[in-house]
Design a protein around this ligand. Sequence first.
Ligand code: PMV
Length: 332
Amino acid sequence: MKAHKKEMVTAQAPGKLMLLGEHAVVYGRNCIVTAVDAPVRASVSPSDEFYFDARDLGFSQAVDVRESDFPKQVAFAAFAVKNFCERFSITAPVRIATESIVTAGRKVGLGSSASVTAATIVALSHFHSKNMSRQEMFELAFKTVLDVQKVGSGFDVAAAIYGGTLLYRRGEPAPLKCDKLGLVIGYTGIPASTVDIVRQVAESIRNQPDYYEGLFDEINRIVINGKKAIESENWQALGELMNQNQEILRKFRSPSESCGVSSEILESLIKAALDAGAYGAKLSGAGVGDCMISLAPEEKQESVADAITKAGGTVISCLANVPGARIMGEGN
Ligand code: PMV
């Protein structure tokens, strides 16, 4: 039977926030990540050339997907198309249009590279009627992210594809049962380069491997206890574990000798949240800038948000624990 020709398929994938375990996850330990409502959409439609449209980034142009060096605005989407077409020996060109729905998500580090990769692969698999499991889509998306940025644990790709809240170890996402997470998110105003920070930490590990192995093992223990706290909805315990995790992140010797992967601005937002009654607070992601997260009882969330704002942060209202990548619509 001749395959039914689709006109346009749109998929959407969420962003992510690291709850516990950043950096250690790059070195084989576990982390906990939650998918957040900062989605990216990718639409695939037939075309007579491979064409990429990322209007919110000012890019609209044909791209040769046989190359491996793509314009940076569309590098993840273009590599996703290249890898997908190679995997399934597809030569028919498509047009890919991508957009960040919460444009703020891109700027505050909620994971748009992984989300755009995931959305593109999910849309392509549906467009070309390829029945891929979530794990297969995750693996192709993770390979794509590594092709572009070379480093990373894939935790953000796992959140984008699977959604929800996951215990994650490199290549192995394990969904956690979690109904609500009372997070208050504060943006520092400073964009951080994950790749640079991961490289700086790697350099520092080369000088003191045993020291970091010890820190990563401690983080792993915190993550495993965090899983138990989430499953038993013991928010106070989870908050305490966030504080312990933050304490270890301060002990990294790079990028800062005095506060590791934390920074002055992250520390002041964290302190403000804790003083206002949060159970726990920590940086989320590579550190230095981007976002901090705090976990607070419902009745304290407003005062925690006010305190973060007063300390110079921007509160990001965004739901956590949202569903993973899915098809939004199809037209023909
Ligand atoms: O900076 P973010 O939010 O992309 O998080 C990076 C987390 C790291 O563990 C430092 C890197 C990784 O790929 O796991």
